[in-house]
Design a protein around this ligand. Structure first.
Ligand code: ADP
Length: 531
């Protein structure tokens, strides 16, 4: 549906200035706001911190009726509504955390036309009572926040979002605006289709966050590496540290505190009160480090987060981008730092293999992981790779680790052949499979107890890889896994060949394997060994 011409600009600007206290619109905001005020549908892609909220809040204030906002961020609704009330905007919410009386009061206010904005949890729309309610009041627009949650094979799928197609069917005349910070061109298409937003205008913002410096380093001793980063570059700064497991969250927070850095844990296993208390301390206080699982961060608006550190590999580029995007919302220089190693690849592949869901789901997860690994292993500009993932072209940024210290690559074909043929021999001659540790010991010719036990020193490949260190071999394995020239299997992470491994092992014209040289850094096992 096309927007009707309106003279809404003056009104929209007045609302921006008088109610929200800002001088001017940012980026595409004005165009989006006018389009929606005019009754047009919109799909808005804007990075975290870009200012999506005003895109529906202002039209909701200008158009007659109540703007209905569907949001999965139930924990934040109270805060959002409080903040709006403070500005004099009449806002309310309906979700499962409320008492019956609170809900009744909000519903009555909506019916009486006394609300500018009504926030709804998506599961509410499955209830007949909600549809009946919405029919009894006047809806000015539907805003669908975090719209990527409708993408079935996206990284954040919520089944309740599928029910949102009812909005268009039941209230075809009400404009809809879907917003998200994370969407590849494919996900964008899926959002448009599933929400029946086919006629909507797309507003795609610049996804680049030039003030964020992206760095990905080999993982040796992640907690120590983190400590060094904080001490040398981010002393006294606020930041977020992401870990995969709850126990690592606890341990890492404790480690930082023991080393004199104020830190708090946050994960879904903590009591609701504890989580809320930690979150509000993080928002209020300066120089606090939040160590968290990905349960933390959606909707968090703290402008001066100076660093986001990942100590484990995220599952997808979309997740990584969203998490790192919480750094530097104020536009000042900030760091997105990640330590990543062989064990991350093994673990993530294993998680996918063991995950519930069908084959198609596993394939999607694998695709996400492959894209993430490609970003980790690239020798090109990180920003170029990252933006390309979101369908945006860019030139080398000069402000990421690969631009600042271009990594060298080396021809790892022979190393890969040695490694792959060790895996082949163990399998063919002994009918055995082993994990990375034992394979490396064989390659390096180490006479360990386990080597003696299995008589692996009798293999013809024993010691053929003595020219590389343990650390270097781990880098080789990690990269072969990333390039799918090697795979892991089962609970113990045993190494097995893939279809493509054969191309490397071919006698004639073997496939060339280009590997990235891992730069040794302070605290790496290699440096310690030579001291
Ligand atoms: P998003 O939802 O895209 O992550 P928000 O809507 O929460 O972003 O906005 C991020 C921050 O930017 C908020 O603090 C908001 O008040 C501020 N902001 C948004 N638009 C403007 C503007 N036009 N001028 C100044 N500040 C703005």
């Amino acid at each position: 549906r096309a927007a009707e011409p309106t003279s809404s600009s003056a009104t929209a600007l007045q609302v921006l200035q008088r109610i929200f206290g800002y001088d001017s619109f940012r980026g595409d905001q004005q165009e989006i706001v006018e389009h929606v005020i005019g009754g047009g549908d919109a799909l808005v892609l804007m990075p975290t911190g870009g200012g999506k909220s005003l895109c529906y809040q202002i039209p909701a204030l200008v158009r007659p009726g109540t703007g209905v906002v569907v949001s999965p961020l139930i924990a934040l609704m109270q805060d959002q509504v409080d903040a709006l009330n403070e500005l004099g905007v009449r806002a309310g919410f309906l979700n499962s955390t409320q008492s019956y009386e609170q809900r009744r009061a909000t519903e009555a206010a909506f019916r009486a036309g006394e609300l500018d904005l009504l926030y709804l949890a998506p599961e509410r729309l499955r209830l007949d009572s909600t549809t009946v309610l919405l029919d009894r009041g006047e809806v000015s627009l539907f805003a669908i926040d975090e719209a990527h949650c409708v993408a079935q094979w996206g990284h954040d799928f919520r089944p309740d979002y599928l029910a949102l197609s009812v909005l268009h069917e039941r209230w075809p005349a009400v404009p809809r605006i879907a917003l998200t910070a994370t969407a590849t061109p494919a996900t964008r298409q899926e959002i448009a289709t599933r929400l029946e937003l086919t006629g909507a205008r797309h507003f795609v913002a610049d996804f680049d966050r030039p003030n964020i410096q992206y760095r990905i380093v080999p993982k040796n001793d992640p907690r120590k590496q983190l400590l060094q980063l904080l001490r040398t570059e981010h002393a006294g700064d606020s930041g977020i540290v992401y870990r995969l497991s709850r126990s690592e969250v606890e341990r890492t927070a404790e480690f930082l505190v023991n080393n004199g850095i104020p830190a708090l844990p946050y994960h879904a296993g903590l009591d609701k009160e504890v989580r809320a208390a930690h979150q509000s301390r993080f928002l209020r206080e300066d120089g606090l480090v939040m160590v968290a699982t990905i349960a933390f961060g959606m909707g968090i608006d703290k402008p001066d987060v100076r660093f986001v550190a990942h100590l484990d590999l995220p599952k997808s580029v979309e997740g990584y981008y969203q998490e790192t995007g919480r750094a530097g919302r104020d536009g000042l220089p900030s760091t997105a730092w990640m330590a990543y190693g062989l064990q991350d690849v093994v673990q993530q592949r294993k998680l996918i293999e063991l995950s519930e869901g069908d084959e198609a789901h596993r394939r999607t997860q694998s695709r996400h992981l492959d894209a993430m690994l490609a970003l980790c292993e690239t020798v090109e500009c990180r920003r170029v790779r990252l933006l390309a993932y979101f369908g945006q072209e860019a030139t080398a940024c000069g402000n990421c680790d690969t631009c600042l210290a271009p990594p060298k690559s080396w021809d790892g074909t022979v190393a890969a052949q040695k490694l792959l043929s060790t895996v082949v021999r163990l399998d063919r001659e002994r009918n055995q499979k082993f994990g990375a540790g034992q394979i490396i010991d064989i390659l390096r010719g180490k006479k360990t107890a386990k080597v003696a036990q299995f008589r692996h020193d009798a293999l013809s490949v024993f010691g053929v890889g003595a020219d590389l260190s343990d650390h270097e071999w781990r880098g080789v394995i990690r990269q072969l896994l990333a390039q799918r020239l090697l795979a892991v299997e089962g609970d113990y992470g045993t190494l097995v060949l893939t279809e493509s491994s054969k191309e490397v092992l071919r006698r004639e014209n073997p496939r060339q394997v280009l590997l990235r040289t891992d730069t040794a850094r302070a605290g790496s096992p290699r440096e310690k060994a030579t001291k």
